[in-house]
Ligand binder design. Structure first.
Ligand code: G3P
Ligand code: CA
Length: 269
């Protein structure tokens, strides 16, 4: 029996590659998953939205402008909203050149493609339901894709998948539809309101700037829907000293564009 942490010792938080290892490869693409895995990072975070014809795709912004060449390929389709394009149209776009010529030709992945790559690479997934108010019913659709790709089997549900959102309604819906799935609320509810979130979220994930030891302790003091203490994954931390401070507060996870930098900072602490 290996010894556990000494009494009072703080567990090292897990590190999550934000939008994949997005400081080194175009965010929310398959190369960003590969890069996270190559760096030895166990978790990737992504953002899921829906196309005009109902395909789930991995993209952060609600328009295609910043991270693809949609303006060049479809010059008359302003404002280039994700939900105004079909999956076939989005599949034509270059989602890598904006980041670096080395990634020219990289595509916007569908959720299904993304899940297969994360599975191949052995990474766990923090899946964000992005802008759910724009996509009625997206929670059920995400769960269906996760299910059909094997991501709701016993192995994945035992700590390989968390579904999160800034929308409490969306997190509540995911929990109601598939109570076995771990969920997280993105934000920092007032301490007095935290018990309401503990009814449907296993974690509360605040921005690093709003974090304190007292807040982390208040979250940890609550029991989530699976009978375990609520967790805290904070975002988005690329600075080693901020990472060490968050670890000192006792966070369970740190979400970072430079997960290798944060990992090294935690190892050196
Ligand atoms: O996972 C936390 C973080 O991704 C939330 O903010 O805007 O990067 O999706 P954003
Ligand atoms: Ca996100």
């Amino acid at each position: 029996q290996p010894p556990g942490p000494a009494a009072g010792a703080v567990q090292r938080p897990v590190v999550v590659a934000h939008r994949g290892a997005s400081a080194y490869a175009p965010e929310n693409t398959l190369p960003a998953v590969d890069k996270a895995a190559a760096l030895g990072i166990g978790w990737v975070e992504n953002d899921v939205q829906r196309t005009k014809d109902g395909e789930l795709v991995v993209l952060h912004d609600d328009t295609l402008v910043r991270t693809t060449d949609a303006e060049q390929v479809f010059p008359d389709r302003a404002p280039w909203r994700v939900r105004d394009f079909t999956a076939a149209e989005i599949a034509r776009l270059d989602a890598g050149s904006w980041f670096s010529p080395a990634f020219a030709g990289t595509r916007v992945p569908t959720l299904r493609q993304y899940l297969r790559r994360a599975e191949r690479d052995g990474t766990r997934l923090l899946l964000e339901v992005k802008n759910p108010e724009l996509y009625p019913g997206i929670e059920r659709q995400i769960l269906d894709v996760l299910d059909s790709e094997g991501w709701l089997d016993r192995r994945h549900l035992a700590g390989r998948l968390i579904v999160q959102s800034f929308s409490a309604d969306s997190v509540r819906t995911v929990h109601a539809l598939r109570p076995a799935v771990e969920t997280a609320f993105l934000g920092s509810p007032a301490t007095a309101d935290l018990p309401r979130y503990a009814a449907f979220a296993d974690a509360v994930n605040p921005q690093a700037g709003s974090l304190s030891a007292a807040y982390v302790a208040a979250v940890h003091a609550l029991t989530g829907p699976h009978g375990r203490p609520l967790k805290v994954f904070t975002w988005t931390v690329d600075n080693p000293s901020v990472a060490r401070t968050a670890a000192g507060y006792g966070v369970d996870g740190i979400i970072s564009n430079k997960p290798d930098v944060v990992s090294e900072a935690l190892d050196a602490a």
